[in-house]
Design a binder for this molecule. Structure first.
Ligand SMILES: N[C@@H](Cc1ccc(O)cc1)C(=O)O
Length: 519
């Protein structure tokens, strides 16, 4: 089985207000495709029209929230005309209080793309130069250093996005060509003039859901792959532990009409070539972690399309405040920066993924235990004879899997229920969507570790089963994957440290190197 190469393509992801997919964001985040702001005159005119309307309104002495007033609860403070131009720069300046880890380069590119998608809707009253500046950051891979913590997710992601706003204006630090540098220096080297924000542009950049939505796009792709991978791993575990393929019978699953669950069962049938599976003489019904695998993975599989809709609707939304209607020439004051849908999607996704980690952990517990694995050696050690006594096989790998699973399960507390009133009670109900998205990424990371260890167990367990039973044969796709695993991981006979191999497998999972049940 040859590893899948990155899906590089010259076809740009075009920003013109038409619908983007989360795969578009994923491709931009990995630099598999370039970004392009549409040059179409109609698109650019529409953007310019909103900005021109805002200028006119301002000249006619209109009162516009966040342009001629203070921010948030300070809406009652009027800004003297002479200071209006300085206001947007104050917004990002006082929000420069983020903390925690920095977003990764991939996450940061996804944030830039997601903000550009929102502003390209043409409802934010920004000028074309702001959009062009975001496009340039993506093009030249100039990545604002964005601290991950400090957003309540319902004035959008104000504090983390202040780092984007500041960099567009040549302030704070960026990650560029593998180094942290001052934004001013990098923009200068690239011949990019720092932006001077127009009225409302600070709010347009910051008062939205781009950080949580970007993280959600990346999380969804990882979860989708884990759904397929955990199905394949289950098939390996059924084969290795001489379990029953008849638990995944087509008629059985037709009687319970969850489409995703049915899909998982069909994938297991294909892997286990079990149209008419033999009855296992050792045990008529397997334990739940095998028998109910479609019922656990199926929850994730059934939730994914719904979560995709939520994430992509947010991605393709104007989510700042106020919105500027360029056609109706109205300023629409609302609360589209509220990230409730992403919060719900990420709280739900982390729960479904952590349940899969738990399922795999239980499967491994059965597989390494000679009381449950139907004839395989303890800890799947392949060592025989006198040396068998000192070799411990996958004992520590299984303990690690238990630790990672416990940590994943611990992250599943919903973030959205921890709303608290903040900012002088202007933001008195907030989404916590960014925290939910970060939790979800952590759960994914831990579950990928679990899955990587399970790949080692699958390689070992299937080889050992086939030594006992030459008829234990998987379907062709699964056989090819086992051969690939044999090439990657030498059979564990004498004890060795497995961390290097584990890391290699984690990387392979992140790169989605195995094609799994693709149509
Ligand atoms: N999201 C707030 C705006 C806001 C911006 C910056 C803040 O520091 C606080 C609040 C609103 O539109 O009501």
């Amino acid at each position: 089985m040859s590893p899948r190469s990155p899906q590089l393509s010259d076809t740009p992801v075009r920003f013109d207000g038409t619908r983007l997919t989360l795969e578009d964001v994923g491709a931009l985040s990995r630099r598999e495709r370039p970004a392009e702001l549409s040059p179409a005159p109609a698109f650019r005119q529409r953007i310019a029209k909103g900005a021109a309307f805002l200028d006119r309104l301002l000249a006619e002495d209109g009162v516009i929230y966040g342009v001629t007033t203070g921010y948030g609860d300070s809406v009652t403070v009027s800004i003297p005309p002479a200071l209006v131009a300085e206001l947007p720069h104050h917004l990002y300046t006082y929000h420069g209080i983020g903390a925690g880890r920095f977003l990764t380069p991939e996450e940061t590119r996804a944030v830039l793309a997601t903000r550009l998608a929102s502003l390209s809707q043409g409802f934010s009253g920004v000028g074309v130069p702001l959009l062009t500046q975001l496009e340039l950051l993506l093009k030249h891979d100039v990545l604002p250093m964005i601290p991950a913590e400090g957003s309540v997710g319902a004035s959008g992601d104000l504090t983390p996005l202040s780092y984007v706003a500041a960099v567009l204006c040549g302030e704070r630090d960026v990650w560029h060509r593998g180094e942290r540098k001052p934004a001013a220096q990098v923009l200068k080297e690239l011949g990019i003039a720092p932006l001077k924000l127009r009225p409302k542009e600070g709010l347009a950049i910051m008062n939205g859901t781009a950080v949580m939505t970007a993280l959600a796009c990346l999380a969804w792709e990882r979860a989708e792959y884990l759904s397929r991978l955990s199905t394949r791993l289950t098939a390996f575990n059924v084969l290795a532990s001489a379990g029953n393929a008849h638990h995944f019978d087509e008629t059985l699953f037709a009687a319970k009409p969850h489409a995703g669950q049915q899909r998982v069962a069909a994938r297991l049938r294909a892997d286990l070539v079990s149209d008419r599976p033999p009855r296992n003489e050792q045990r008529l019904q397997d334990r739940y972690s095998l028998r109910c695998a479609p019922h656990v993975i199926g929850v994730l599989e059934d939730a994914l399309p719904y979560f995709r809709t939520l994430i992509e609707n947010e991605l393709n939304s104007a989510n700042d405040n106020p919105l500027i209607d360029p056609d109706g020439e109205r300023v629409l004051h609302g609360g589209h920066f509220y990230g409730g849908h992403i919060a719900f999607a990420m709280d739900g996704l982390k729960n479904a993924v952590a349940n899969v980690a738990d399922l795999l952990d239980r499967q491994l517990a059965l597989l390494v235990d000679p009381r449950f694995n139907h004839g395989l050696p303890a800890n799947l050690s392949a060592s025989t004879g006198a040396r068998a006594a000192i070799n411990h096989g996958l004992k520590a790998a299984q303990i690690s899997v238990s630790a990672w699973t416990a940590e994943a399960l611990k992250q599943t507390m919903p973030a959205s229920v921890f709303s608290r009133s903040t900012e002088c009670h202007n933001q008195d109900k907030v989404s916590m969507g960014t925290i939910a998205a970060r939790d979800c990424l952590r759960v994914l990371e831990l579950t990928e570790q679990v899955a990587a260890a399970m790949l080692i167990a699958a390689r070992q367990g299937v080889t050992l089963r086939q030594r006992l039973d030459a008829d234990a044969k998987p379907g062709p796709a699964m056989a090819a994957m086992h051969a690939d695993l044999e090439a990657r991981i030498p059979l564990l006979v004498e004890d060795r440290a497995l961390d290097g191999e584990l890391q290699g497998l984690i990387t392979a999972i992140r790169r989605r190197e195995w094609r799994l049940h693709e149509a």
